[in-house]
Design a protein around this ligand. Structure first.
Ligand code: URP
Ligand code: ZN
Ligand code: ZN
Length: 471
């Protein structure tokens, strides 16, 4: 089917101009003036922006945690992403065995119901000679990024020597190492002390995971990457000092890149002190207004390359069902930690919120240009994870993933708008100006205002290309 998106203001990471976009099947065929092929469906975008579909580099679906499972799976979470203008999302797979091929087979089975396009990062949480042997073969299956952890001792953490070795193997194979940067040793001691003293409320989640541990882990990981001569990507950056360390590493010419998430730009540990503070429990924790401000500055001045969501949703009260697609659904969630902050499942909803929230409170607030917004939320993640120019670009030959964005649409946002399968939204009652009007996935209209036109399984696995860009 041929379509023409007529007279929209095309907004990419580097340009803003008015033109028509011709879509042939799943691809952008051409961009130009007055494109009128016979028989084409014409979609008027005058007065609207046309953006490349968002690329979210960091989300978790169908992830078992803390005796429950995330509220969103690969259908519900990715459908929510679509409503928010995101058409490609990178999930993570746990390393449930040392047979990485079997791990990927199991992940593909779960991700088969994806509602937009999807890729996957491989967690490396158990490093053995056999795992070392298998890592170089991951790229043959389209997996080109590995996540390691400097926290969660005895569960997910690797020692520094193992991280160093993973980085070297990754470099040789054109893979990117990603790091969750916190100090697992200090955290474990602080948690034990807090619990022994009877501190059980959500604010202790932040008090036992101090920013200095994250700062130190960013510098340590960057220094390991320097010694391994390997690229590094720091996920979910949350503290001012982390941005300083990232800037330091980059000033020294190291190939280190960083990602932050909306929760670290808008919320602080004060939110954890609210009666419903468990809603904000994620790891690393939300911090202070000074940290928020330094992260914004890092986005504006180019120290930080991407904004992901770390979407990892749970119910606030998993004993009370919500209606999802007409069916009652209740999944145990944050209430599991009512008497002990360490039992609160870690993570927040956000995959659908990212673009609308950042548009109003980033672009319209004057903190980011529209082109920076596209770069941070679509083009840069696509480049870093080997999906560009197929994803993250509006150019002939790219997948026709695009968003017609109404810059004047006003809504009072919240759980009623967001399409996540959970019972709360962090941005309840926030006033938004600017919202997706139509969303196309590989040329197919999947969201038309409030209407869902997609289906389970419409999303496709998009293999990453190794030796991707270092930004
Ligand atoms: O609390 C969070 N962010 N849960 C997801 C796991 C992670 O470390 O990204
Ligand atoms: Zn993490
Ligand atoms: Zn995460």
């Amino acid at each position: 089917m041929t379509k023409v998106i007529r007279a929209g203001t095309i907004t990419t990471a580097s340009e803003t101009y008015t033109a028509d976009i011709l879509i042939e099947g799943e691809k952008i065929a051409s961009i130009g003036q007055n494109l009128t092929p016979p028989g084409a469906e014409i979609i008027d975008a005058s007065g609207k922006l046309v953006l490349p579909g968002g690329v979210d580099p960091h989300a978790h679906f169908d992830l078992p945690m803390a005796g429950t499972v995330t509220a969103d799976d690969h259908y519900t979470g990715l459908k929510a992403a679509a409503f928010g203008g995101t058409t490609t999302v990178l999930d993570f797979t746990s390393q449930d065995s040392d047979d990485l091929g079997a791990v990927l087979d199991a992940w593909h089975a779960k991700a088969a119901k994806a509602a937009v396009d999807i890729g996957v990062h491989m967690n490396i949480t158990h490093f053995t000679p056999e795992v070392a042997r298998q890592i170089p073969h991951l790229a043959e299956r389209g997996v080109t990024s590995l996540k390691v952890f400097t926290a969660y001792n005895g569960r997910l953490r690797l020692g520094d020597g193992d991280i160093f070795q993973v980085m070297r193997i990754a470099r040789e194979s054109g893979l990117l190492t990603m790091v969750h940067a916190e100090n697992g040793d200090a955290i474990d001691i602080l948690i034990a002390e807090a619990l022994a003293a009877g501190h059980t409320s959500p604010e202790w989640h932040a008090l036992t995971r101090p920013a200095w541990g994250a700062v130190e882990a960013v510098l340590r990981s960057s220094a390991l990457a320097a010694q391994a001569q390997a690229p590094l990507y720091i996920v979910h950056m949350n503290a001012a000092g982390e941005v300083d360390q990232l800037a330091y590493a980059r000033e020294h010419g190291l190939p280190v890149m960083g990602e932050t998430c909306p929760q670290y730009l808008f919320f602080t540990a004060d939110h954890l002190r609210r009666p419903d503070g468990a809603k904000w429990v994620c790891s690393p924790p939300v911090r202070s207004a000074e940290d928020n401000a330094r992260l914004w500055q890092g986005l504006a001045d180019g120290a930080i390359q991407t904004i992901g969501t770390d979407h990892c949703s749970f119910f606030f009260d998993g004993a009370r069902p919500i209606l999802y697609e007409g069916q009652p659904v209740a999944i145990p969630g944050k209430e599991l930690g009512r008497d002990d902050f360490t039992k609160i499942p870690n993570g927040l909803p956000g995959v659908g919120d990212r673009l609308p929230i950042l548009w109003t409170y980033g672009v319209r607030a004057g903190k980011l240009s529209a082109n920076q917004f596209v770069a941070l939320t679509s083009t840069n993640p696509a480049k870093i994870f080997g999906l560009y120019p197929r994803k993250g670009s509006l150019a002939p030959g790219a997948d026709a993933d695009l968003v017609i964005w109404d810059p004047e649409k006003r809504i009072t946002y919240g759980v009623a708008h967001a399409q996540h399968r959970t019972d709360y939204n962090l941005y309840e009652n926030w006033e938004l100006v600017g919202y997706p009007e139509k969303v196309f996935l590989r040329g197919e209209l999947i969201v038309d205002r409030e209407q869902w036109l997609g289906r389970p399984g419409i999303g496709r696995f998009i293999p990453g290309q190794p030796f991707a860009s270092i930004l």
